[in-house]
Structure formats: structure tokens, C-alpha cells
Design a protein around this ligand. Structure first.
Ligand code: URA
Length: 433
């Protein structure tokens, strides 16, 4: 087999078979096929796409390129969730203990932030002492004992995806639905859970900018999951404005705890309950979404979900006293209130701009070695459709540097306003099963 023939075949829009896909994935992983040929093939895939079989073979080849997590020693139903990434997306922090308090087992490997989007690991590291590295035995034991463990990726999972992703990043080939679908699903399949719920974000702060693309991506991922015999569904959710109020590591941890205390922002609470309900139904812990929703709300009201969060933080060495005293989390030196300075309705809050603003405050990782400031970030106090007057506080900035008026104004300009009534954004746009 020759790599050049595969490139020509794909360029001419002919599907690659399993052997051909294995050939290029294995060859690339072990360094026999050079970057320039893979770049060319990736570009051909971007233009010509891949059919269902090709996406499955690609995912399978990437899973088989490395180690997988064996969850056969976990007693009970294993579940996982994945978000395609957004701004203010602290969902795992609230959802994980909530569902773990409902008789399912969440053995989760989480990632760091990518671009303007934050990662669960960075957020967990705002908690003093929290350990994201457990051995396989410790990890499985904790999942069996508590129903929940979240760690960074310890195994060498999907090395082919790691190499391909880095190449896609510098060759303009990230934005391809089959490539994104197989990249995400290879890691979910390698992580072993039987039930997977995907949160596919769509809007200005997401990879997918429109609903049609988000649907295609969701269908592709659900199809891949089913071929691996996993229970998968995808919720397509709005990322035109940040999720909830808080964006920034410590601030997001606090918001997740507030949600477990029953005091979270409406949109964030709605997302957590809906994802949780799909997980419980898919895992056959509830028959209907309504029943599942009732179980989850009850676990918040009776404080079981919060108790599970406390146990989880304690088990992984974290100081859980911050749950009752947020001042124990990293604190920013400066706090600014930002007012609307106009009368009307919030028309748009560009989530990508909010993410980038927080990156500039130091909340994100600009390079893989940069140190992130866990204390800084912003709060969005008025969402799309909310009425404002001149003195209405629309946002708050938490910074470790004194900010000149021009930087505060920059944040205000992320909001746009209309004199006319603006419709609120629907959070859950579609469900793909
Ligand atoms: N996240 C991934 O893991 N892979 C992609 O290709 C895009 C987003």
C-alpha cells in the first residue's frame, strides 16, 4: 500500500476501506508516514468528508493506537459525559456528583482548556490539594466506593489522535465533522463507559457555529458510539452567550457548588438537570426524562448531591472546607462592576469574546506551559433578553491587575443592546439519539 494512492483516492471522493485507514493511522503513529502526506490526506478529508464506515474505522484505529481503560472491575453502570467545549462550561463539576449520588458510576478522565474554552482539570485545581493523578487501582477503587472519580489522562490513550490533532491545528484541518467526531469519540470509547451523553455546543463560543453543523456532528458521534455498542445521545445546546454567570476557574467552582445547593443560575441548572436526566434514562435508572428529573431535583433538595461532592473532593485530597467558605479559593485583588450605561435589552453577548477577555486576564492557558491565574474571570449578570437601565450591573470583572477604564470598556463592548424587546435564547436546541 502506498500513502500517495490513499491521498489520490480520497481526493477523488472514493471511500477508504478499513485496511487503508489502519495503514495511515498506524504508519503515522509509529513515524513511518510523514506529516506532509497526512496533511494532504486531512485536507482531502476536509473537502470530501467521510462516510459512516470510514468514520467508524478511523475511530477504531485511533482507539487501537494506544491503551484503553478497562472498567470491567467497576461494579455497576458506568457513565460518562462530554462537552465539545464552551465558555463558562463548568457542567462536569456539578453534574458528576449529582449523577454519582443516583446509583451510577462516573469514571472520568477530563482535559485542560483548549483555546478560549476552559477545562475541568484547570477548574478542579482551584481547589487546594486536589489531586488529579490516581493510579488505575486507586481510580477504580474510588469509583466503586464513591461512584465518582475525575482524573487527568494517565494512560497513553489514543496517541494517534494526539498527533493528528496537533497536525490539524497547524494545517487548517480542525473544522471537519468526521475528524472532530472520530477524535472526540475515540477518547470516549477508550475511556470505557457504557453510557455516554454528549453536550454539543453551538454558537459564537463553540466549534460549531450553526445548528445544521451541530446536528451533523451529533449524528456522526452518536452513530460511532452505537457501532461500539455504547448508549449514546447528544444534546445540542446554545453557546451564543456564556453558560451561567461565571467564567474563570475559582468563580466557576463556586457557581457549580451554588448549583448543588439549589441556588445556581437558571440556564446552568437547566443544562445540568437535562444532561443528568438523559444519563439516568440511558443507564436505565429511570424510565422517563420526567422521572429522572424528579430524582435529580430531589438529590439537590435533600443535599445528597452536595454531600457526594464533598466526599469526592476529600477522597482526592482536596480541602473541602471551601464549600462553606468560598474565601478559601484563590481570590482576585481587584473587582469591578460594569454597568450598562444605556436603557433597553441585552441583544448579544459574544461568548468567544468573553472567553478571550478572560484569557487576557490570565484565566486560560495561552501556551501549554503558561501558568493560569485561578482567581480571575468575569461574571455575566445580565443575559440575552434581560432588560437593563443605565445603572444596571451587567457584568463583574475579577482581576489581579488594576485595570484602566479602557479595559473595563472593552468588557462592556462585548454586550450589545437593543431598544426593542429581545427574545431569550433557548438553551436546549435539539436532542440526537
Ligand atoms: N475536541 C477534540 O477532542 N477533538 C477535536 O477534533 C475537536 C474538539
Amino acid at each position: 500500500m502506498r500513502m500517495v494512492d490513499l491521498i489520490i483516492k480520497k481526493r477523488e471522493n472514493k471511500p477508504l476501506n478499513e485496511k487503508e485507514i489502519n495503514f495511515f493511522i498506524q504508519g503515522y503513529t509509529n513515524g513511518e508516514v510523514p506529516d506532509y502526506q497526512i496533511s494532504s490526506l486531512l485536507m482531502a478529508i476536509c473537502f470530501q468528508g467521510m462516510n459512516e464506515d470510514e468514520r467508524y474505522y478511523l475511530t477504531k484505529a485511533m482507539v487501537e493506537s494506544g491503551e484503553t481503560l478497562d472498567l470491567t472491575n467497576v461494579l455497576g453502570k458506568t457513565v460518562d459525559k462530554h462537552s465539545t467545549g464552551g465558555v463558562g462550561d463548568k457542567t462536569t463539576l456539578a453534574l458528576a456528583p449529582l449523577i454519582a449520588s443516583c446509583n451510577v458510576k462516573l469514571a472520568k478522565m477530563s482535559g485542560r482548556g483548549l483555546g478560549h474554552t476552559g477545562g475541568t482539570l484547570d477548574k478542579l485545581e482551584a481547589i487546594s490539594g486536589f489531586n488529579i493523578e490516581l493510579s488505575d487501582e486507586e481510580f477504580i477503587k474510588q469509583v466503586n466506593d464513591l461512584g465518582i472519580a475525575i482524573i487527568g489522562q494517565t494512560k497513553d490513550m489514543c496517541p494517534a489522535d494526539k498527533k493528528l490533532y496537533a497536525l490539524r491545528d497547524v494545517t487548517g484541518t480542525v473544522e471537519s465533522i468526521p475528524l472532530i467526531a472520530s477524535s472526540i469519540m475515540s477518547k470516549k470509547i477508550a475511556a470505557g463507559a457504557k453510557t455516554i451523553v454528549l453536550d454539543v455546543k453551538v454558537g459564537s463560543g463553540a466549534f460549531m457555529k450553526d445548528l445544521a453543523s451541530a446536528r451533523k456532528l451529533s449524528l456522526a458521534m452518536v452513530d460511532i458510539g452505537k457501532r461500539f455498542k455504547r448508549n449514546v445521545s447528544a444534546l445540542i445546546t446554545n453557546m451564543d452567550e456564556p453558560l451561567g454567570e461565571a467564567v474563570g476557574n475559582s468563580l466557576e467552582v463556586i457557581e457549580a457548588i451554588e448549583t448543588l445547593k439549589g441556588r445556581g443560575p437558571k440556564d446552568f441548572t437547566e443544562l445540568v438537570l437535562n444532561l443528568g436526566a438523559h444519563i439516568l434514562v440511558n443507564a436505565k435508572e429511570a424510565e422517563t426524562l420526567n422521572e429522572a428529573m424528579g430524582i435529580l431535583k430531589n438529590q439537590i433538595d435533600n443535599k445528597q448531591a452536595l454531600a457526594k461532592f464533598k466526599e469526592f473532593i476529600k477522597a482526592q485530597g482536596g480541602d473541602f472546607s471551601f464549600i462553606d467558605d468560598y474565601a478559601k479559593l484563590p481570590q482576585a485583588k481587584y473587582h469591578y462592576l460594569v454597568k450598562a450605561n444605556t436603557k433597553g435589552y441585552v441583544k448579544a453577548i459574544n461568548a468567544l469574546d468573553v472567553g478571550n477577555y478572560c484569557m487576557k486576564l490570565g484565566a486560560g492557558r495561552q501556551t501549554k506551559d503558561s501558568i493560569i491565574d485561578l482567581a480571575v474571570g468575569v461574571k455575566i449578570k445580565r443575559k440575552i433578553g434581560d432588560a437593563v437601565d443605565h445603572d444596571t450591573v451587567i457584568g463583574e470583572i475579577y482581576s489581579n491587575q488594576e485595570l484602566p477604564e479602557i479595559r473595563i470598556n472593552e468588557f462592556r463592548q462585548i454586550f450589545s443592546f437593543s431598544a426593542e424587546l429581545v427574545e431569550r435564547r433557548q438553551l436546549i436546541l435539539d436532542i440526537v439519539k
